[in-house]
Design a protein around this ligand. Structure first.
Ligand code: DQA
Length: 141
């Protein structure tokens, strides 16, 4: 079945490529979106993508996915560690959501070890850079 995928990236991820390259690498957000779109299209799926630095906009995008998308690939970035609102939106929308992080958050500062959003997701992938987004697509298959 052809799936409609929503690719959501949170705060500061528009700066990928130049943002702390020792941690996040030199892959840009455009590279991520293009790679996910190409992999999805190879399956006959479609991808819409949204990046926002604003928590409420991410909540709105997730809530709007209900009944429209078959899966969400979400990098909530820093909101991972703080946002009950995103957790609740993921639960409410009832769209299978895979959480992705470029870096291995468990090998970093203690405050990154807790994800408030992952328990609302079907799973979490972290530490594999861009590849993690493609693994998330496989997981949604
Ligand atoms: C991140 C990890 C978060 O802890 C951080 O706040 C980010 C990026 C990642 O993709 O590795 O902004 O989600």
């Amino acid at each position: 079945m052809a799936k409609r995928i929503l690719l959501l990236n949170g705060p500061n991820l528009a700066l990928l490529g130049t943002r702390e390259p020792a941690i996040y690498g030199t892959t840009t957000l455009a590279d991520v979106v293009a790679a996910v779109r190409a992999a999805a299209e190879a399956r006959g799926w479609s991808v819409d993508d949204v990046q926002s630095d604003v928590e409420g906009e991410l909540v709105r995008a997730i809530c709007g996915a209900r009944g429209v998308y078959d899966g969400i690939i979400l990098n909530p970035a820093a909101y991972t560690h703080t946002s009950v609102a995103l957790h609740d939106a993921i639960k409410a929308c009832e769209v299978p959501t895979v959480e992705v992080h470029l870096s291995n958050v468990y090998a970093r500062e203690g405050y990154r070890h807790e994800s408030l959003t992952a328990p609302a997701c079907v799973g979490q992938i972290c530490g594999f850079g861009l590849k993690g987004y493609l693994l998330a697509l496989d997981a949604l298959a």
